[in-house]
Design a binder for this molecule. Structure first.
Ligand code: AKB
Length: 322
């Protein structure tokens, strides 16, 4: 039986993954961890944890007989640029702390997310292959490439069962995103629903790989359930939900909210987005563990409009930690 620790459980992905794991494995077998307690009660037990506090991490793993760790705590691409050193420290050292626990056989399995941010200007940006030149331009991207190398190293050298996905931009409505370059694709829905214009910080035609939250969560669960013998990638798997630009997203929203207006005022995040691929080749994930997305752009837009709160304050979600 798995005993699961989710680190970064208040964040955009962490909060939804924690709920999904609790419904799959039973609430009693899932421990949620973050630096501060969640704003809303969660379906699992909560422990306070700064993942850089290695002694506390070890104490929690032993006390709760943890077998599997999902490490979601991270500083994302846009926010990371204002604090490179602390971004690197959190994103890389947290992974090392967890991989060391697995090397010592204190836990059996680790999930760690990489990102499309691991790619860079020379990565074949039309459709980034699984194996590409990785020359990220952000500290977040650099920490993801380092993390991928560490995952592969700990697997090859010590047999650590670590599994990873390069998440595209993740769109969801239950918790706010925290400091990413793809965050526009969530804020735009809230403006549309409030009947306000949206000032987009990316250029109209900046196409990026994206994924709807239910697909991202399902991909994570499916990868972690996959037969280890079938997994040929121990750095991180490309997966794709759908790809779209702000202009294409706006067109789709306007089919449902015709008077919605968007202006484009690109800021520093435009440069980051331009260094990322427009799509990714996820054929390896499809072949190895049967990955298949369910939400295309129209399905994502339909569901987001139906469910996204007008703003996070009026309908408070779990606090985002990353
Ligand atoms: C970000 O925009 O930084 C994240 C990511 C693509 O990893 N959403």
């Amino acid at each position: 039986m798995s005993r699961i620790l989710v680190i970064g459980s208040n964040g955009q992905i962490g909060s939804e993954l924690t709920a999904a794991l609790a419904s799959e494995h039973g609430s009693a077998n899932v421990v949620a961890a973050d630096v501060t307690p969640p704003a809303l009660p969660q379906c699992t037990q909560f422990v306070s944890l700064d993942v850089l506090d290695n002694a506390r991490l070890r104490e929690i793993v032993v006390k709760h007989s943890i077998t599997d760790i999902y490490l979601l705590a991270a500083v994302l691409s846009a926010r990371g640029e204002s604090a490179p050193l602390s971004t690197w420290t959190l994103n890389v050292n947290s992974l090392l702390n967890v991989l060391e626990l697995a090397r010592e056989k204190r836990v059996s399995r680790v999930f760690w997310p990489s990102s499309i941010a691991a790619f860079g200007p020379h990565s074949s940006l039309e459709i980034a292959p699984q194996w590409a030149i990785m020359d990220p331009t952000t500290i977040y991207g650099a920490s993801k490439v380092a993390g991928e190398r560490l995952c592969e190293y700990y697997f090859a050298k010590f047999g650590v069962d670590v599994r990873s996905i390069r998440y595209p931009g993740v769109v969801g409505y239950k918790a706010p995103p925290g400091g990413g370059t793809t965050d526009y694709a969530i804020a735009i829905f809230q403006a549309a629903k409030r009947g306000e214009p949206y000032h987009c910080f990316l250029d109209a035609h900046t196409t990026l790989p994206m994924i709807y939250m239910p697909d991202a969560v399902r991909a994570t669960l499916e990868l972690m359930k996959a037969d280890p013998g079938r997994l040929r990638i121990r750095s991180s798997y490309n997966i794709l939900g759908t790809s779209f630009s702000p202009a294409e997203l706006t067109r789709s929203i306007r089919k449902r909210i015709p008077r919605f207006q968007v202006t484009y005022v690109p800021d520093f995040r435009q440069q980051i987005a331009q260094s990322w691929p427009r799509s990714v080749d996820d054929s390896q994930a499809r072949a190895d563990w049967g990955w298949e997305p369910r939400f295309d752009l129209e399905a994502l837009v339909e569901d987001m409009i139906a469910n996204v709160p007008l703003d996070w304050e009026r309908s408070p979600p779990a606090r985002a930690a990353s």
